[in-house]
Design a protein around this ligand. Structure first.
Ligand SMILES: Nc1ncnc2c1ncn2[C@@H]1O[C@H](COP(=O)(O)OP(=O)(O)OP(=O)(O)O)[C@@H](O)[C@H]1O
Ligand SMILES: [Mg+2]
Length: 332
């Protein structure tokens, strides 16, 4: 029989609507039963989980979920790239303060009509800043997925040219699209536009681009979401901040988040001999992205050794390798 703790965990994940964790625990129960020699029961549990997962994939892949299909044409095709992300916030780990603010954006967007009855508008211009690999880009993707909107990422290589005046007119095209096509628009590496770190050599031109951006933002009363992300908030012009409804700071994960990232990523495996305090200490200073990669490496090794378990040592080795790799550029 399943252990009482497993039943409690199953119920908790069900109550929290955490489907992935629910299935992960069901698989752990199956593994436990197999070890006890209850092969038939284990097989039945596993095939039930497989069936449920299959059904879920069919449901989420339904084309009706993409309501608003955007196909940038002509010059716009060089300025915007389209994506229909499927990533969900339930798969990601964020500090509570960040999650609350993102939830507020989603809620206000979903309650758009209720707000409009009182002449209120949902927040829709958001700036993300913080160190690399902390989830800024993936937040833009998950917001688009959660709101069932296409994600249109502004292509900086297409936008910023060395010719005077051209960038501002391209920016106008982007803002025309923002007005005409309801979507999530994402300015990644935003300091290229919003900062005085000139990409071209002409500082005057960068100033003009920034001024155009500020003006377009001010004039924009569309329904679209305008998101921007940067690692270099200090480079941003002060005038920018009040153009955004929200400015969200991303940070490296703390101990609690480190545990959650790992549990989420390795939910298909049984974790063996884990002392979470040791894992947290070893992961300190790594980003969400680096911890995720360490998990993927450990998972690969375990699969290649035909195991369904991951020992703490295996993960610690993968973490040490990530630390070594991320330290290489700065020591050059
Ligand atoms: N909060 C998170 N929870 C789980 N996984 C995450 C999280 N943040 C990042 N990751 C993982 O790391 C990858 C890279 O993250 P992302 O590109 O969003 O970072 P970023 O903050 O945009 O970094 P950069 O500043 O370098 O652009 C993601 O695709 C995802 O696999
Ligand atoms: Mg990014």
């Amino acid at each position: 029989m399943a252990k009482a703790e497993q039943i409690i965990e199953l119920l908790k994940s069900h109550i929290n609507g955490d489907e992935r964790r629910f299935y992960a625990i069901a698989m752990q129960v199956a593994a436990h039963e197999a070890k006890q020699g209850h092969g038939k029961l284990a097989q039945e549990l596993k095939s039930l989980v497989d069936k449920a997962k299959e059904k879920r994939t069919v449901l989420t892949a339904s084309p009706s979920s993409v309501v608003n299909i955007a196909h940038p044409k002509g010059e716009l095709a060089n300025l915007l790239s389209v994506d229909y992300p499927a990533v969900r916030f339930s798969e990601l780990t964020f500090a509570p303060a960040i999650k609350e603010r993102i939830d507020r954006v989603i809620l206000e967007q979903r309650q758009n009509h209720a707000l409009a009855e009182y002449g209120l508008r949902p927040r829709r211009k958001i700036l993300f800043y913080g160190p690399p690999g902390t989830g800024k880009t993936i937040t833009a993707a998950a917001l688009a997925a959660e709101l069932n909107l296409p994600l249109l990422t502004i292509r900086l290589d297409g936008l910023i040219t060395k010719y005077m005046g051209e960038t501002a007119s391209k920016l106008r095209l982007v803002f025309d699209a923002i007005k005409s096509t309801h979507a999530v628009y994402f300015f990644d590496e935003f300091d290229a536009i919003g900062g005085d770190r000139a990409l071209g050599n002409d500082v005057g031109e960068m100033r003009r681009i920034l001024n155009s951006f500020l003006q377009f933002m001010e004039q924009d009363h569309s329904e679209s979401l305008i998101l921007a992300a940067t690692n270099h908030v200090k480079l941003l012009d002060n005038a920018l901040f009040r153009r955004f409804d929200d400015v969200i700071e991303y940070r490296l994960p703390d101990g609690d988040q480190i545990d959650k990232i790992i549990q989420n990523k390795l939910y298909n495996f049984t974790l063996e001999k884990f002392d979470w305090k040791d894992v947290e200490a070893a992961s300190e200073g790594l980003s969400h992205a680096e911890i995720t990669r360490a998990c993927v490496e450990a998972a690969k090794q375990s699969v290649l050794q035909e195991k369904s378990t991951i020992s703490m040592q295996l993960l610690l080795d993968a973490i040490a390798e990530r630390k070594y790799n991320s330290a290489v550029p700065s020591s050059k």
